[in-house]
Write a protein that binds this ligand. Structure first.
Ligand code: ADP
Ligand code: ADP
Length: 220
């Protein structure tokens, strides 16, 4: 069963404690919303889960193992981070082909994910000319490339138009229905209420609430 387990995770940058002893679990078949104001530590937590930064204490486990021990990481976990690094001169399709190539994945997956995110018609255009919504779709295509059972999305709704928001909600629902474990961050509770099954709320690097959305709405 795919899970993310965050255990007593801690990260400090000089005088800033970005993540201050976080513990929570992201379960399969659910969208877990990760909510908190800007600066609460959401992006740092995601970077720690993805091994892009090392924790000062605690651990983050993907299927019981640290990210760095995964031999084919893209087949275990896919991520859309806030600042998706897209080379503006590179065509969307070439970006995915390069990712597929460096991760030992076949070209066929590139066509599949381009179809899945609705970017096939624009795949031969340069990413520099993409709207924010198209950039998000390309980032999501990259996250889905290895068909991973675990997905992380950092503020995926940012910059999307209403149609894009509806689209992303449907996509997250169907990915969860396939049994994947999904963590989605937002600084807006209203956004996550619509999408998430479970909510982990953080403030100043600490968990302030960890609850199912059904329970939350029943007590509201
Ligand atoms: P969020 O994603 O919830 O907006 P972040 O994880 O980006 O929060 O940031 C948490 C805190 O850690 C903020 O105070 C931020 O300025 C700080 N921070 C994040 N990354 C760095 C870094 N690389 N160097 C110094 N401070 C950082
Ligand atoms: P977000 O929270 O929306 O992801 P941030 O502005 O917190 O965006 O972070 C964007 C990038 O800047 C991250 O890679 C983070 O590591 C870095 N960063 C954030 N705060 C600081 C900081 N105070 N000093 C240095 N780098 C930072």
């Amino acid at each position: 069963e795919p899970t993310i387990e965050v255990r007593a995770l801690r990260k400090r940058y000089r005088s800033t404690v970005a993540v201050d002893g976080l513990t929570f679990t992201v379960r399969p078949g659910e969208v877990t919303g990760f909510v908190g104001p800007n600066g609460a530590g959401k992006s740092t937590t995601m970077r720690l889960i993805l091994g892009l930064d090392a924790p000062d204490a605690g651990e983050a486990l993907i299927n019981g193992r640290p990210y760095r021990s995964l031999r084919t990481p893209l087949t275990h976990v896919g991520a859309l981070l806030d600042a998706a690094a897209l080379h503006p001169g590179r065509r969307g399709r070439d970006h995915l082909l390069w990712l597929a190539h460096t991760n030992g994945l076949g070209k066929r997956r590139v066509s599949e994910v381009l179809d899945q995110v609705g970017l096939a018609p624009a795949a031969r255009r340069r990413a520099g000319g993409y709207s924010l919504g198209m950039q998000q779709r390309l980032g999501i295509a990259a996250a889905l490339l290895g068909d991973p059972p675990i997905l992380l999305f950092d503020e995926p709704v940012n910059g999307l138009d209403p149609d894009g928001i509806v689209w992303i909600r449907g996509l997250l629902r169907s990915l969860a229905a396939e049994g994947r474990a999904i963590l989605v961050s937002s600084h807006l509770m209203s956004e996550l209420e619509e999408i998430a099954d479970h909510l982990v709320a953080i403030g100043r690097g600490r968990v302030v609430a960890d609850t199912s959305v059904a329970e939350l709405l029943a007590t509201a």
